[in-house]
Write a protein that binds this ligand. Structure first.
Ligand code: SF4
Length: 114
């Protein structure tokens, strides 16, 4: 359990839809001693991972469209705040997390630091 930049706690692994890691599996739940991990409730668990982490080589206009679609999913997500906190705590450089793309998170990080 860790405290995050915006003051909430989180535990467990991030949604692997963002990381592309083989372990845990893309949508596998990782139980924790305290109960289910927050990301088991993630709205993106069944979404196309390429919306949230657009592969290199996708033209900018198409990338922005995919990010817009990802943010629309985030807008419905019950764990959005925790997701954003985790991305800020990990200084995540890529993808849409908590409804914000990398540029928006950099701006938010700057505001939180000032
Ligand atoms: S806020 Fe968005 S990226 Fe984060 S878990 Fe929810 S749907 Fe996924």
């Amino acid at each position: 359990m860790r405290m995050t930049a915006t003051g909430t706690e989180f535990s467990g692994a991030p949604p692997s839809a963002h990381t592309g890691r083989a372990t845990p599996g893309p949508y596998d739940a990782v139980p924790t001693p305290r109960g289910p991990s927050w990301w088991e409730f993630a709205a993106c668990r069944t979404a196309d991972a390429d919306l949230f982490c657009v592969p290199d080589g996708v033209p900018l206009r198409r990338k922005r469209e995919r990010e817009r679609r990802a943010k629309a999913i985030c807008a419905t997500c019950p764990v959005r705040a925790r997701c954003l906190d985790e991305a800020l705590a990990r200084d995540e450089q890529f993808g849409v997390w908590g409804g914000k793309d990398a540029r928006e998170r950099r701006e938010l990080r700057r505001r939180l630091a000032s």
